[in-house]
Design a protein around this ligand. Structure first.
Ligand SMILES: [Zn+2]
Length: 62
């Protein structure tokens, strides 16, 4: 299902929001902005599978 999500910091369209704590505020950010804050880990769900598949694929333009 398509998800139109945007980074709450820079406004970049993101497919997989990353929840981080910045100044005590939980934000859904993109990957680059998530490095500004602390990674937020919700430990409410014990059955967690690794869904974070971050692939930094470089375009093969020659
Ligand atoms: Zn961002």
């Amino acid at each position: 299902m398509p998800s139109n999500l945007f980074c709450e910091l820079c406004g970049t369209k993101i497919s997989t929001p990353i929840k981080v704590l910045i100044d005590g505020v939980l934000l859904s950010t993109c990957l680059s902005c998530s490095k500004r804050g602390k990674p937020y880990e919700s430990k409410s769900k014990p059955n967690t599978t690794q869904t974070q598949h971050i692939t930094l694929s470089k375009p093969t333009f020659i």
